[in-house]
Write a protein that binds this ligand. Structure first.
Ligand code: ZN
Length: 440
């Protein structure tokens, strides 16, 4: 009865390929290695002494000029956004990206070679539930250069992007959900594009030795210069979406939300990733144990146990926060790893069974009914549950708020209550319960 959580994934086996690095023009080999659950994505510099690794994490972001660079101490890895986009969109949560240079092979300037590599290595499920960042309220960042990124709540990861060049030339728009299949078909093949006036000074300074029409499309005035024809009429906006996915991968969680981006760039993408990381930190701090106020007319555990016959490990209410009018009640239960059901549900990845959430709803609804009946000489038997849905996994450390509202009371003997459980402001389960009363 528990909702099945999405699991973390890693690559099935080590796989690699070689190519040219964009900035130095040297040959570089890249290998993807499997990694354990909760490891995240790490880059490893095989060419440096002690082979240091660095987390693909927004805290390690160093520069965003033209490409995304991570660094720690003296170590740097450049141009990580395309390989990160491929890993994130193809559903790889954990992997080591090993390289023998300071940046990945540029390939053809798209994420195609990384998608091919991931498919060669395979993607396999692990035992831990995947970590998500659920967008709960709109967030946005805006830059002086005219980039605007808005993030809206959504059940899936979607991007709607508007790209526009100088004087709004090559204005393009695309809106799509990002799934592995969509990414592989619609986004990964889109190549990097540059404006001639931007790259000319770099070419003169010899800063992009590996850059050529083999791995980038060059826009000069109204002309599009590339080795092969455009792969999509709107290839530029598709590449912008690719870069957004790669930069937001630095949050280290799969995002459930809708990114609306206008003229995005690495700097604005990184700023949004930082805002998400800050919000995640704030939420983690909030989910730490906190004092739940005893509201007006609330009940503490002692008072609850005078009403309900249930005892450990079957008492699923810690405190009643309060009653609202005659028909509503809000109660709370702190879920700790010490709940006996976690031992078997499931070993290695504890998820609160859905039936226990229904049990919690039933107990809270009973408290409301007893208050109405003003007697504890009868016991409420749980008769049926309709429309039960489990929407999100409930995990150790969660504080679960249980809401019940009496919708129908037929005579003295039957009652119906609409119930839902909430964790971190999101409904995790719901259902309509029916009770019958019998004398004790
Ligand atoms: Zn790019």
């Amino acid at each position: 009865m528990a909702s099945i959580p999405e699991l973390q994934h890693t690559v099935g086996k080590t796989a690699g390929f070689s190519g040219t690095s964009l900035h130095t023009g040297e040959k570089v080999s890249l290998k993807l290695h499997p990694a354990p659950a909760d490891h995240g994505i790490k880059f490893k510099r095989k060419d440096l002494q002690d082979e240091p690794t660095i987390d693909a994490n927004i805290d390690n972001l160093k520069t965003v000029e033209r490409a995304t660079t991570l660094g720690e101490g003296a170590m740097r890895v450049h141009t990580v956004e395309h390989v990160l986009a491929a890993l994130s969109a193809m559903g790889v949560d954990n992997a080591v990206v090993e390289m023998d240079a300071n940046e990945p092979p540029i390939g053809d300037g798209s994420a195609q070679s990384y998608v091919d590599l991931i498919k060669k290595a395979g993607v396999t499920a692990q035992e831990q539930p995947r970590r998500f960042f659920d967008v709960r309220e709109p967030m946005h960042v805006e830059s002086k250069t005219g980039a605007l990124l808005v993030l809206l709540p959504d059940d899936t990861f979607r991007i709607s992007c508007t790209q526009a060049g100088p004087n709004n030339r090559f204005a393009q728009f695309l809106s799509t959900e990002i799934t592995p299949a969509v990414f592989e078909r619609e986004i990964a093949p889109a190549r990097t594009f540059v404006y001639y006036e931007d790259v000319q000074p770099l070419m003169e300074k010899n800063l992009i030795k590996g850059g050529s029409l083999e791995n980038a499309i060059v826009i000069r005035g109204d002309a599009v210069l590339s080795k092969e024809p455009l792969r999509f009429a709107d290839e530029f906006v598709r590449h912008k979406i690719l870069d957004i996915i790669g930069d937001l991968a630095l949050v280290g969680r799969q995002i459930r939300g809708h990114v609306v981006a206008v003229k995005p760039g690495h700097a604005a993408n990184a700023e949004l990733a930082r805002a998400l990381a800050r919000e995640q930190t704030r939420r983690s701090a909030m989910s730490a144990p906190r004092a739940i106020p005893l509201g007006d007319g609330g009940l503490d555990t002692d008072e609850i146990m005078k009403i309900l016959p249930h005892r450990y490990p079957f008492l699923m209410v810690d405190r009643v926060i309060g009653f609202e009018g005659e028909n509503k009640i809000t109660a709370v239960k702190s879920i700790t790893i010490n709940e006996p059901f976690f031992q078997g549900h499931f070993p290695g990845h504890p998820v609160m069974p859905g039936v226990m959430q229904v049990e919690a709803m039933a107990q809270v609804a009973s408290l409301l009914l007893f208050k109405l009946a003003k007697t504890t000489s009868r016991i409420g038997y749980f008769m049926s549950a309709d429309g039960v849905k489990f929407r999100k996994p409930v995990l150790p450390g969660d504080t679960m708020f249980i809401h019940a509202e009496l919708t129908k009371s037929r005579g003295e003997r039957l009652a119906k209550a609409k119930c839902h459980c909430v964790v971190n402001d999101a409904v995790v389960s719901e259902g309509e319960l029916m009770f019958m009363f019998l004398d004790k």
